[in-house]
Design a protein. Structure first.
Length: 178
């Protein structure tokens, strides 16, 4: 096979492939958790969370494919086993545990925030260490999607009911600052 000649050395490309495989592993664990919670959520917020998580795992599925294709475009091979995903991920599973809906949301917020922190680090490494601005840009787009998903999930658990005036009921009970 003819060598890849895209302005990156073999070491630079391999460094980026290694980072992307870590992102792929985290994405796989995150989609598994999201799908599991989508199936198992119960309670008054069932429909809202069920539909939100369906949107999220569909987006994550597209991202997983895009990450794997980016790895291939750089001449690498994506991880393709459950063992490989678990070994390379920074996210952790919670086997045998079925939390309440709010805990599910909190765990997914935490996972998305971990992915965001990892992506920020990988963006810097792609640009600074490996001179691959294309992948840095690609990862920036993924990071923005995770930021939006995390925001939606945080909004679900941070909100309290509002009074007719638009103030939070908890604000109405708190004495005004002098």
């Amino acid at each position: 096979m003819k060598p890849i000649s895209i302005g990156l050395s073999e070491e630079q490309r391999q460094g980026v492939v290694d980072l992307l495989n870590k992102d792929l592993a985290d994405s796989y664990l995150l989609i598994i958790k999201t799908k599991k919670y989508h199936w198992d959520v119960v309670g008054p917020q069932f429909r809202t969370l069920h539909e939100l998580w369906e949107e999220h795992y569909e987006a994550l599925s597209l991202n997983i494919d895009a990450i794997a294709e980016r790895i291939r475009a750089l001449g690498g091979y994506p991880i393709g086993t459950a063992k490989g995903f678990v070994e390379n991920a920074t996210l952790r599973e919670h086997p045998g545990d079925l939390p309440a809906a709010e805990e599910m949301v909190e765990r997914l917020v935490s996972d998305h925030e971990q992915v965001i922190r990892n992506l920020r680090e990988h963006i810097d490494q792609c640009g600074d260490d490996h001179h691959d601005e294309g992948t840095a840009d690609f990862l920036t787009g993924l990071m923005e999607q995770h930021e939006e998903m995390a925001w939606m999930l945080r909004s679900f658990i941070e909100g309290t009911s509002l009074s007719p005036t638009g103030q939070r009921e908890t604000d109405l009970k708190t004495p005004a600052a002098v």
